[in-house]
Write a protein that binds this ligand. Structure first.
Ligand SMILES: [Zn+2]
Length: 388
């Protein structure tokens, strides 16, 4: 359930904020300075405040501007959600069809994989689930993580790589790409693509057969986003379709799966060198996106279905939501500059690495407003807007 500050809580926070106001006075200046710096360093894929894009890399900002508020008061817990992103039945829907196996080696060592998504870990996507290597009812990921620490769920046969929200799907911002050269052997792209539950087993996918006979499967794609035909030859990195949420899916993501020559699912992490970049590089804590909602945020679904950020919001309640890849030990710090008194919160997620969708609601006054989010002491995302 979402936590919303009660009247008494708001008063307590206000009082505390008054206490920290003097101590934060330099932070206010830092905050606005930081905002300008972030804007200056925005890359072409970063968007100007108000359009829902990602923040500029904080590493390009002068360290002197990244000074973090040190007086963050304790705050109420944020809503967080680690989702199971597809059902164990999904892989049984469409076993890849094999062609011409007679002339292939079937050697796992002959297949080398690039990561099948655009962008970077932590900012564009988050690895939510690996394959489950426990054949029984338990869970075990490729690193040996078991139980609640396993980055998988029982029976999972692929990799679930989540994106921030449906903004990415709607804008065709994150494409599934061929992990290795091969030939397209199956395509489905007619299915509904906006599921936020395991409502259907009908998904959109592309299957690619590689030179060693193995097949890679790219599932949950956006409707009609595949620009290829069966039989087409693809190079590693060629776009296959847009990451979406068709089929049994609780959040937009790519399900990536490998099958061997016997059509058995295969865990790429178990074959040294199959991934050109080892999967350990994929669990990077980061903030993928920030979104705002007039009237407040009442469920994580509203974060997944985020509309574009605006340059102006009405005074009153505003919900602020994040989609982030986080794990226990991380700490988010939020600074909202609205009116005279800065609002500062910090929050620590619990549990294993994965998607978190924290949100909170606050009441804003008319005026220029800036929101900055730090992760582990590093500024990650900044947005400015006007409250009217
Ligand atoms: Zn999956």
């Amino acid at each position: 359930m979402l936590m919303e500050r009660s009247h008494s809580g708001a008063m307590a926070s206000l009082a505390y904020s008054s206490n920290v106001k003097m101590r934060l006075s330099s932070t206010v200046m830092v905050g606005f300075g930081l905002g300008l710096a972030l804007l200056d360093f925005s890359s072409p894929v970063d968007a100007a405040p108000g359009d829902g894009g990602r923040g500029a890399p904080a590493t390009s900002v002068s360290p002197a501007l990244l000074k973090r508020p040190t007086a963050a008061p304790a705050r109420q817990p944020l809503e967080t959600l680690v989702v199971t992103t597809d059902g164990p039945s999904v892989q049984r829907i469409m076993p890849p069809k094999r062609v011409a196996l007679a002339d292939v080696s079937c050697k796992a060592s002959a297949l080398k994989l690039d990561w099948p998504l655009d962008g970077a870990a932590g900012t564009t996507w988050t690895t939510q689930n690996y394959t489950d290597l426990d054949p029984s009812s338990g869970k075990k990921d490729w690193k040996g993580g078991v139980g609640d620490s396993a980055i998988t769920y029982d029976g999972h046969r692929g990799y679930d790589i989540v994106v921030g929200s449906f903004r990415e799907m709607d804008g065709n911002k994150v494409l599934a790409r061929a992990a290795a050269p091969g030939k397209v052997i199956a395509i489905e792209e007619s299915k509904f693509d906006r599921n936020l539950s395991c409502a259907s087993n009908e998904w959109n996918y592309v299957s690619v057969q590689h030179a060693n006979g193995f097949v890679s499967l790219y599932g949950h794609l956006k409707t009609n986003s595949v620009k290829l035909v069966v039989g087409a030859t693809v190079k590693a990195g060629d776009p296959l379709g847009t990451v979406g949420s068709s089929g049994c899916s609780t959040h937009p993501h790519l399900h990536f799966e490998i099958h061997d020559c016997e059509n058995q699912w295969f865990d790429a992490a178990k074959e040294p060198g199959m991934w050109k970049v080892p999967p350990a590089q994929h669990e990077v804590s980061g903030v993928m996106d920030i979104m705002f909602r007039t009237g407040g945020i009442t469920s994580a679904v509203e974060i997944a279905n985020a509309v574009g950020n605006q340059t102006h919001y009405p005074a009153g309640k505003l919900g602020i939501g994040l989609s982030a890849g986080l794990k226990a030990g991380d700490e988010l710090t939020f600074l909202v500059l609205n009116g005279v008194i800065p609002e500062v919160w910090s929050w620590k997620p619990t549990g294993r690495y994965g998607l978190h969708l924290p949100s909170w609601n606050l009441t804003l006054k008319p005026g220029a407003t800036e929101v900055i989010v730090w992760l582990n002491g590093e500024a990650k995302i900044q947005r400015s807007f006007t409250v009217e």
